[in-house]
Design a protein around this ligand. Structure first.
Ligand code: 4NP
Length: 156
């Protein structure tokens, strides 16, 4: 079993969407016994809340249901529980690296767009203060990155 944790700042927009997009690929391919994912935030501002309603609406239009509840990243357990810990932007990756306890933890940290097929994107931009186009872009980038990640993990 390979376990993936998607991480953004608030865990109400980008990482819950990554979780839903990746779960859709896992289900479509019947790989639930081999791949598992979850999401978390580097900040706890929204802990216990469902995903942002705007993000939910955009995800729904594209066929994804966001069901996860926000939780903060937990250094004590998440570095051990997960094999891949994937930040949505460079700040997420820096924050995760600052929390890493050792080289083993650090080697689990990746940037989401590193898995994209397209080289158009170098981060999944935070849509929280953005407009409709920003929420749509999150799903576009995540579909590309999740497809790349899925291909990599199913080969490993
Ligand atoms: P996320 O978006 O990191 O993609 O969940 C954000 C959610 C909330 C805030 C910032 C970004 N906030 O500042 O509360």
């Amino acid at each position: 079993m390979i376990k993936v944790l998607f991480v953004c700042l608030g865990n109400i927009c980008r990482s819950p969407s990554a979780e839903a997009v990746f779960n859709a690929l896992i289900e479509k391919n019947g790989l639930g016994s081999e791949l598992q994912c979850d999401s978390a935030g580097t900040a706890a501002y929204h802990a216990g809340e469902p995903a942002d309603f705007r993000m939910k609406q955009f995800a729904k239009k594209r066929g994804y249901r966001l069901t996860s509840i926000s939780r903060p990243f937990n250094t004590k357990v998440d570095f051990d529980r997960f094999d891949y810990i994937i930040g949505m932007d460079n700040q997420n990756v820096r924050d995760l690296k600052a929390l890493a306890r050792n080289e083993t933890d650090r080697n689990k940290i990746f940037l989401m767009t590193d898995f994209c097929f397209s080289d158009k994107y170098d981060s999944v931009p935070d849509p929280y203060y953005g407009d409709d186009a920003d929420f749509g872009l999150v799903i576009d980038i995540l579909e590309d990155a999740c497809a790349g990640l899925f291909r990599k993990l199913r080969q490993s």
